[in-house]
Design a protein around this ligand. Structure first.
Ligand code: ATP
Ligand code: MG
Length: 352
């Protein structure tokens, strides 16, 4: 195993990545890829927790390609980072089952995001799939399979990593030290609001600016962004706190002096929403411009991202095999199997 500490994180292949994914987690992955041995998961099994239908499964390939292009566009270096397809690692199903024995249903019922996910997917309490309740358990298997130390995720995922920590401790206590207890790292903006002012930018709500949006799309979305609804004209003093336009300025405009100036004039009723939004659109386009270039560069090389995923999956397979050997040894499974095999061999020998 390498000297460097390891990161594991990723996303469900449900579509394009947006600015929320970027500030919640992706930005940190890019920053830390030199310092940590970084593994990114395309969590297609997690997608099944709310979308087990065939159409969703058929879209995995295309969505995975798009997601990996978004990663590379955002600055993930394919030479340094392993990106793998979760469903192609048999060991994760195995470790998930073992971990299911180490957590209670009550504990999982207290994970707040699972209810939110069920609601977003129109799943009632009665229809709650066992797999959705077990979402954080499967995530624990993802994180602990390569024995990761750090998990950069958005705020809604923090409670899942807490479950991972508890499972790691419980396993180590029962069977001996196999797993590190990983830390959670929440991004610079723990939960990015949507362009419509709703608490979370989310595909299912449709309030997103995508990393792959072109300049015109960004301009249009920013222009119609939710802002202080009480401000009917530019000379009315406006509210900056909690205003999505200013939350985005803080997140995406590197010119802090300009942002402070806008805030002051906004509060005094001395600047129009149009000016503030135009400057925001420019800042977001400046952030996305190099991403669009890298996206086009990698997308032009047909088969490249597919190769990246195949290579990453091979790397992950070797980590997974190694860890499961340790797990079986620690739990004593290897012992019972060997005893059975030895006695059967003895019998075979006796019979000649
Ligand atoms: P969407 O609702 O748009 O499909 P998601 O929450 O389903 O997004 P996931 O694949 O579950 O996306 O999560 C990927 C990562 O991105 C997680 O770490 C999650 O916390 C983070 N994330 C997603 N949306 C946001 C957001 N609006 N702000 C901050 N982080 C986010
Ligand atoms: Mg998603």
């Amino acid at each position: 195993m390498s000297e460097r500490k390891r990161i594991l994180t990723g996303d469900r292949p449900t579509g394009k990545l947006h600015l929320g994914h970027y500030v919640g987690s992706l930005q940190k992955r890019v920053e830390l890829q030199e310092k940590y041995d970084t593994i990114l998961i395309i969590a297609d099994l997690h997608m099944l927790t709310t979308k087990p239908n065939r159409e969703a499964i058929e879209q995995i390939t295309e969505n995975a390609r798009g997601m990996v292009l978004d990663y590379l566009a955002a600055g993930i270096d394919p030479e340094k980072v392993s990106i793998y397809l979760q469903s192609a690692i048999p060991e994760v199903y195995e470790l998930n089952l073992i971990f299911e024995m180490l957590v209670t249903v009550n504990r999982l019922n207290r994970v707040p995001s699972l209810k939110d996910m069920a609601r977003a997917a129109n799943i009632s309490d009665e229809e709650m799939p066992l797999g959705l309740l077990g979402y954080p358990v499967l995530q624990a298997a993802d994180i602990l399979l390569p024995r990761a130390h750090l998990v950069p995720v958005g705020k809604d995922n923090e409670s899942h990593v807490e479950v991972t920590r508890e499972i790691a401790r419980r396993f180590n206590h029962l069977y001996g030290e196999v797993f590190p207890v990983p830390d959670c790292l929440v991004g610079d903006v723990p939960t990015l609001v949507g362009t419509d002012g709703q608490a979370k930018m989310s595909k299912s709500i449709g309030n997103c600016i995508y990393l792959s949006d072109d300049e015109a799309a960004v301009n249009k979305k920013v222009k119609s962004m939710y802002t202080d609804p009480n401000r009917v004209s530019a000379d009315v003093p406006g509210t900056v706190e909690g205003n999505p336009v200013f939350i985005y300025h803080d997140a995406f405009n590197p010119d802090k002096a300009e942002v402070e100036d806008f805030k002051q004039r906004y509060r005094e009723g001395k600047v129009g929403d149009v000016d503030v939004k135009q400057s925001l659109a420019k800042a977001i386009n400046n952030l996305l411009a190099p991403m669009r270039e890298r996206y086009a560069h990698y997308a032009a090389d047909t088969g490249f991202v597919d190769q990246v995923i195949l290579d990453g999956t091979e790397t992950m397979r070797s980590y997974a095999r190694e860890t499961m050997q340790e797990v079986r040894k620690a739990m004593g499974f290897a012992g019972s199997w060997n005893r059975l095999r030895r006695s059967a061999e003895k019998r075979a020998k006796k019979q000649g």
